[in-house]
Design a binder for this molecule. Structure first.
Ligand SMILES: [Zn+2]
Length: 201
């Protein structure tokens, strides 16, 4: 996502009122730590150390609907659509996750941190649907949960496209493209996958 107002100030978070809410946030914080450990284990050798350290040291803001709307509005200049439950602020380098009416909080936390871990060059070189497909693919693997039929799954088609490249021997190529900005291998993997198709120019 592109910010529209770079001068927007960071929204103050209000502390949760009830013990139940505090307990829930502790639960999500523990899940977040486990996710960051897995990211480090699975992709740590491909991610720039500075970016990995930054995301580990900057936990996502776990926000009520109101807090999320305010943060989104101040950064993107408009109200978030109801279906949006997370966004990554590339200026503050900060993950925002809505915890109200969000049936996949761990998946959202993983997805938004992965945006922060993506190589900035990759964000220029690759179409956003490739980035979203790869990020959501990794998020699903990290939390070991695939959406079930009927779920409002994010980026379903994009994930399927990335997995088709992975199945064709492109796993390493996708990782190098997303985390290192080295997109040559991915281009080759896509070319290979398309090679046997009939062509019409
Ligand atoms: Zn995304």
């Amino acid at each position: 996502m592109k910010p529209t107002d770079p001068n927007a100030t960071r929204v103050e978070r209000t502390e949760p009122a009830t013990a139940e809410e505090r307990g829930l946030r502790t639960f999500h914080r523990d899940a977040e730590k486990a996710i960051m450990d897995r990211i480090t284990e699975n992709y740590g050798d491909k991610i720039a150390p500075e970016r990995l350290a930054w995301e580990r040291n900057h936990p996502a803001s776990l926000e009520t609907r109101k807090e999320f709307e305010r943060a989104y509005q101040s950064r993107l200049g408009e109200k978030p659509p109801e279906s949006v439950v997370g966004f990554y602020d590339p200026i503050e380098r900060h993950a925002h996750v809505r915890i109200e009416r969000n049936d996949d909080i761990p998946g959202t936390i993983a997805h938004e941190h992965l945006h922060g871990l993506t190589n900035p060059e990759a964000n220029h070189k690759l179409p956003s649907n490739v980035i979203e497909g790869a990020v959501e693919n990794y998020a699903r693997k990290l939390i070991e949960h695939e959406p079930q039929p009927g779920d409002l799954a994010a980026y379903e088609r994009e994930v399927r496209a990335v997995r088709a490249v992975e199945a064709n021997g492109g796993t390493d190529a996708v990782e190098r493209a997303v985390f290192k900005g080295d997109t040559e291998g991915l281009q080759r993997a896509v070319d290979d996958a398309l090679r046997d198709r009939r062509s019409r120019v």
